[in-house]
Ligand binder design. Structure first.
Ligand SMILES: [Zn+2]
Length: 558
């Protein structure tokens, strides 16, 4: 009792394992701090955790382990929270990338440095002089960087490196104080067995012990071309190095193990997809470009069978911007919304179980005073568009109107395209329809549908008797509720001359239509409007006027 609950153990490969993914092994997981064995506590109790052994069973180092105290554990957790990007940047490590040209298939080596952090410019109005104060000395860099590349409006600085270089080094100096940028940035030379993981166009070098997820593209650096190349592996050259690259899955595990033993397959990986902007690559390996103030919607997809709570942290960490994506229904993607910053980049890292997925939201245009007023939000493409009477459109968004209620004319929804569901076609929506029988609730229907399937379902529900409300739930994004009007529209009586004028406007077609259709045409009512909605005697009047028109047209013919 009294000791804090530890969420992480270390497996024999030295990887962090979250208690949710831990197996019930004894003498297997070790404390990441004192390296004594930990017990797995997974009981009926809702909160699972690892625990140190009792004092008399543990080593002296374990007895004084930092993780036995709440403060020590909190400090350690703070380190896990820090994204690998932040750790690399504070150690002045240049991050290396393999870049593949999509058309020529040629590979190149890139080194990434951060731009001047916007926070370090707070209060300065002379960004220009700060940028132009930057000086560089380089080793292993093909083209010396230019100061403008470090402007805070850029997403990152990508340098072209010589893959055969013995060393990579960029010394950044400035007459201004830029503590997060100025310094001696280095990276080790390439060696056989080095691995880059990412998309098929951009992959980042991984350190030993890193885990690879299915569907990641893996680039392995090889001394010589192996005699047997499994299907699906493409060979290429990076300077003098041979590169084998492939899309990773279980069948590639032995190839990876043979040529890059320091990496392993991650069976509990989570994924982050960029849902909005739609133009973005769904996998956020590269900075995502967007419009300032527009939103990005990220889907966070947990591993099969796991239902963890995710944390979203800023890069670098700041206590104010840490948020939680709570556990949900197992297997349910969690949607997370973040705004593109007014200028420059917003860097986030979504993490769970020692795994981080970073997302850089880069505002690719700068806001001027004029454009700010117009607030470009072209990418806000999730929600409902409802056409109201008078040709106006209302757009409802789950995150803006969590309890939005709208009365719709029943008839107007049934037969027109008046409710349009906007969003990527595969986005899951939990649809709930509540029905009334007389004044009492009679049934509730719940379904999970994809965006594209929702409008038809709403229309069919609207045709049923007693629909009280329809709710569209977008998980963490929020929900939209619409209420079709229970009091239906009625029509005011029209003067005879007006009815006649409207029937005449239809031309000869007027004689071919049924009386019900004619009544609706005259009153401009939607199909399906029942006859008792019209003023009493309407059918009789329309029929009489129609007979007169018929006589008139016969006389005109003869
Ligand atoms: Zn310990």
């Amino acid at each position: 009792m009294g000791e804090p609950r530890i969420k992480f153990g270390m497996n024999p490969q030295g990887q962090l394992v979250h208690i949710l993914e831990a197996k019930q092994y004894t003498h297997y997981y070790k404390c990441p701090d004192c390296e004594d064995y930990l017990q797995v506590r997974q009981g009926e109790e809702r909160i699972w955790y690892f625990a140190h052994l009792k004092s008399d069973e543990s080593t002296s180092r374990s007895r004084s382990c930092e993780l036995r105290s709440p403060i020590g554990l909190e400090q350690w957790t703070e380190r896990v929270r820090k994204s690998p990007i932040e750790r690399a940047e504070s150690a002045r490590r240049m991050r290396l990338f393999v870049l593949r040209h999509p058309y020529t298939n040629t590979l190149s080596l890139g080194g990434v440095l951060p731009v001047i952090p916007a926070e370090e410019l707070a209060g300065t109005d002379d960004i220009g002089s700060i940028v132009s104060s930057l000086r560089f000395e380089t080793l292993g860099v093909r083209e010396a960087p230019e100061a403008e590349q470090f402007h805070p409006s850029e997403a990152e600085v990508m340098l072209d490196l010589d893959p055969s270089a013995k060393e990579f080094r960029v010394v950044v100096s400035s007459t201004f104080s830029l503590p997060r940028l100025v310094g001696n940035w280095t990276a080790n030379r390439l060696t056989a067995g080095a691995v880059f993981v990412g998309s098929d166009q951009r992959a980042e070098q991984q350190s030993a012990g890193a885990r690879v997820k299915d569907a990641d593209t893996v680039y392995v650096v090889l001394e010589t071309v192996p005699p047997e190349i499994p299907p699906g592996v493409t060979l290429g050259k990076l300077g003098e190095w041979n590169i084998a690259w492939f899309s990773f899955n279980a069948t590639m595990e032995s190839f990876l193990h043979r040529h890059a033993p320091a990496l392993s397959r991650d069976t509990n990986a989570f994924y982050v997809d960029v849902v909005v902007p739609e133009s973005a690559d769904p996998q956020p390996w590269a900075p995502v470009d967007g419009v300032p103030g527009a939103i990005a919607v990220l889907a966070v997809i947990p591993a099969h069978g796991l239902n963890p709570e995710f944390e979203v942290v800023s890069v670098p960490l700041s206590a104010q911007s840490t948020s939680i994506i709570p556990a949900s229904i197992e297997g349910n993607p969690r949607l997370f919304v973040e705004e593109f910053p007014p200028t420059g980049s917003r860097r986030l890292s979504i993490h769970w179980g020692g795994r981080h997925i970073s997302v850089v939201l880069h505002s690719s245009i700068e806001l001027t005073e004029d454009s700010e007023r117009e607030s470009p939000r072209a990418e806000e493409r999730i929600g409902l568009r409802i056409s109201l009477d008078g040709g106006e459109d209302a757009e409802l968004r789950p995150w803006e109107n969590p309890d939005f209620q709208m009365r719709l004319e029943r008839g107007r929804v049934i037969h027109g395209p008046e409710v349009i569901v906007i969003g990527p076609p595969d986005l899951p929506i939990d649809l709930t329809g509540r029905f009334f029988s007389g004044t009492r609730p009679s049934s509730t229907i719940r379904e999970r549908l994809k965006t594209g399937e929702v409008p038809d379902r709403i229309r069919s529900w609207l045709q049923r008797e007693g629909l009280d409300s329809v709710s569209l739930s977008y998980g963490a994004l929020g929900s939209i509720r619409i209420e079709p009007g229970r009091a239906e529209r009625t029509f005011r009586s029209l003067p005879t001359e007006e009815i006649e004028r409207r029937l005449r406007k239809m031309g000869p077609a007027v004689f071919a239509e049924s009386i019900n259709v004619l009544v609706r045409e005259v009153y401009d009512a939607p199909g399906g409007t029942l006859h008792h909605r019209f003023p009493p005697g309407t059918r009789k009047r329309v029929r009489r006027i129609l007979a007169q028109l018929k006589n008139q047209s016969k006389r005109a013919d003869s």
